[in-house]
Design a protein around this ligand. Sequence first.
Ligand code: NI
Length: 389
Amino acid sequence: MNVNIHKDIEKISDEIISTRRDIHKHPELGFEVHRTAGIVAEKLKNLGMDVQTGIGKTGVVGDLKCGDGPTIALRADMDALPIQETGDLGYKSINDRIMHACGHDGHTAMLLGTAKVLADKKSKIRGTVRFLFQPAEEGEGGARYMIEDGCLDGVAEIYGIHLWNYQKFGEVGVKEGPILAAADEFKITIKGVGGHGAAPQGSVDAVVVSAHLITALQTIVSRNTNPLESTVVSIGMINGGYSFNIIADEVVLKGTARSYTEENRQLIKTRMQEIIDGIGQSFGAVIDFDYHDGYPPTVNDKGVYEKLLASAKKIVGEGAGDPYLSMGGEDFSYYTQKIPGCFFFVGSAPENQPFRSVPHHCSHFDIDERALMVGSSIFVQLIEDQLMT
Ligand code: NI
């Protein structure tokens, strides 16, 4: 494995690691990232940047303006998760039931390191580097609020990193086109007619209807979508009934649908509605269907992806290639809906643990901190390649 950490990042690696550990120790949820955003704003101001706070509620935008040229945005997310940390890191979370279990502490530290190095190169850069630090990636779509507040105004292209414990240190996963899925949510309420368990005549058994419905919904992925295109329909929750001898009059199902394209997203939604209508009619049940669009698919632009890949290869060589894909969602997708962008994974599987045994969102989450320097190096290299002559 041949990893060439950028020499300027190497010099500040201790600072990047200590920033990450400090943020890890003080995690904050959703839009409530006040302490983290405060640290970010102060550090960017100290680097001489134009800094705006309160963007997307609690986000921070720093502009490194270096004369005429395009504006390139680099993005980090700052929020943690409602999880009680169970690992025994020396910098373990001091906040009850809040934990950086996805690596956003690392994203913030990497981008701050990048900002420090690039601020030193100001006289050689032609253009503007915009540093975006956003709140609320985990579910509330902080990116949308950042965009509403103008964070993409004048921006030509955008890049974002996710540390990735499904890949090893020295690997960078990136591809053209969809890289993360649309992450939708649905609720199905089956309304039947209750009765005595010994006398089913005259009833409409919501439990029996739900059994048929759950089975039939599985045929969307197996029979309707193209087997070469990944999709998922999962029922994660079923709730209904009262007792062993009562026919249930209502069952509620909740689940998620995932897809990499808008076409498949629509296909799943349409087929779900048709199956629900058909089964409802055949059993005489009334079925409510509530489908909520979550984050759209994250889609990498071809040209921007090629630039990123070229810069990443200078840091990790042949370690840059196809990602370990997941059907997870990312609100970076809102940026890539507006302007060309590239989202990529930086391998961060912990060194001393069995490979893939420390997944994102688990209570003992940790990373190989050397990955922080890989991510920062790629960002610095990218800006040197794009904006320095
Ligand atoms: Ni994440």
